[in-house]
Write a protein that binds this ligand. Structure first.
Ligand code: PMP
Length: 443
């Protein structure tokens, strides 16, 4: 398709979608804000431009909003929907489980099966501790590390997010090494130290034998889609071993998304503990801490009090078993298709932006792409200072108005339900948004 013809089809899509969805969304938001805090169940959802997509239902790679408009979905529920919105094997397993009753006060058959599947797929996993979310997995990981080492300090990396609990929601944005939110216990965050991701010298300067753990996304998806600098993870592994510090990989996003063995298998570095969640259950709410038998000793002994009414609930466990089994049975086909589609979209966006003269960067780690406006090439953490966050959000708003949902800050997650037609229509919407960005810059 020529650029000219792609742009004219794009205008058709835009007009079709944009007209009433913004007005309806604003009406809904006004109503929701009266009884739901900030109008949304998770703060960033309310920030979407030109107006939040208010979902009515979803199917495969598509979301239908309350006006009946269809959007191609690259938000994927903030990552979990690796198999799309209606993955048959998972839904069937969950329906079957629901017929068995909603048991939650007893141990059940599924827990061991899930533990075995995780142990068979993720390199560090020998023993698993199920939670209901990634944030809870981070909470228990820090507790395990402190119990194991008898130390208190934690090292994290600026700009990385490991959940919203007080003890780790720290240094999430550039220029702020403290708590990210009002109302956080400053005491809880005081034992967290932050350095720049990828900077092994800074790590070396900071760490000592008072540190219990280092926590990081081994390959950065939240906050950039950057692969680690060469040697960084190996050195980190060695340094933490020497100092008796627990190395925690946050694979909440990368686990099962980048491959069955997560980033740790792809990169060949095995942590002591790993947080997993999101894609492991295809959209059902679950998280887990998993790790080596040695690192998980405080949990194994029963001395570490880990509690939770809904931990390991049979529905989410059934979803996890079905999801990992499906991924395992179709591993090569599913991951290689997403890799190819991700590469195709990345090349397309880069070429369109270049020909339109729009400064735009696309980085990609497997099925996750990050678009940034304001700079041609954002490849390192230092480059993030060049990013125009507002322009990036405006661009995502233009893409949404053209019928395609990206996450508002420019992150795109692919799912296995995307068809060739979806990819073609996505390109049309992206072209339109790039042309609009170019037009805005020319004014
Ligand atoms: N770690 C990472 C890397 C994440 O992206 C997230 C969620 N966006 C979390 C932890 C927290 O997971 P949850 O939202 O399930 O609490």
């Amino acid at each position: 398709m020529t650029q000219q013809s792609s742009l004219s089809s794009a205008s058709a899509v835009r007009n079709d979608v944009a007209e009433d969805f913004v007005a309806e969304s604003r009406r809904y938001c006004e109503r929701a804000r009266r009884t739901i805090g900030h109008g949304a169940s998770s703060t960033p959802r309310a920030a979407q431009k030109p107006a939040p997509l208010i979902a009515e239902r979803a199917e495969n790679a598509h979301i239908y909003d309350i006006t009946g408009k269809r959007f191609i979905d690259y938000g994927c529920g903030y990552g979990p929907l690796l198999l799309g919105h209606s993955p048959e094997p998972v839904i069937q397993a969950v329906q079957k489980e629901m017929e068995r009753g909603l048991r939650t006060a007893s141990m059940h058959r599924g827990e061991a099966e899930m533990g075995e599947l995780i142990a068979e797929t993720l390199p560090c996993a020998e023993v698993t501790c199920p939670t209901n979310s990634g944030s809870e997995a981070a909470q228990i990981a820090l507790r395990v590390a402190r119990a194991l080492t008898g130390r208190n300090k934690i090292l994290k990396f600026r700009g990385l997010y490991h959940g919203w609990i007080d003890t780790i929601q720290v240094s999430g944005s550039i220029g702020n090494d403290g708590p990210d939110s009002v109302g956080q216990d400053p005491g809880a965050a005081a034992s967290v130290y932050s350095v720049d991701w990828g900077n092994i010298d800074a790590v070396r300067r900071t760490l000592d034998k008072e540190f219990a753990a280092v926590i990081l996304e081994p390959t950065r998806v939240n906050g950039g889609c950057f692969a680690p600098p060469p040697g960084f993870l190996d050195e980190l592994r060695q340094l933490t071993k020497e100092l008796g510090i627990v190395l925690i990989f946050d694979e909440i996003v990368t686990g099962y998304r980048l491959g069955l063995g997560g980033a740790q298998k792809l990169l060949g570095v095995t942590p002591d503990l790993s947080l997993i969640g999101k894609a492991m259950a295809a959209g059902f709410p679950i998280g887990a801490l998993t790790g080596t038998r040695e690192a998980m000793a405080p949990v194994i002994s029963g001395k570490l009090r880990h509690r939770g009414t809904f931990n390991g609930n049979p529905i989410c466990v059934a979803a996890t078993i079905a999801c990992i089994t499906h991924l395992r049975e179709n591993e090569d086909a599913l991951y290689s298709r997403m890799e190819a589609q991700g590469g195709e979209l990345q090349s397309f966006i880069e070429a369109e932006a270049k020909s339109a003269g729009v400064p735009m960067s696309v980085s990609r780690i497997g099925s996750a792409l990050q678009i940034y406006l304001g700079a041609d090439s954002v490849r390192t953490v230092a480059d993030l200072s060049k990013v125009d966050q507002k322009a990036t959000m405006d661009f995502c708003g233009d893409v949404l108005a053209a019928g395609v949902q990206l996450l508002p800050r420019g992150l795109m997650y692919l799912c296995t339900a995307l068809t060739d037609a979806d990819i073609a229509n996505t390109k049309i919407a992206l072209s339109a948004a790039i042309a609009q960005t170019a037009a805005r810059a020319a004014v």
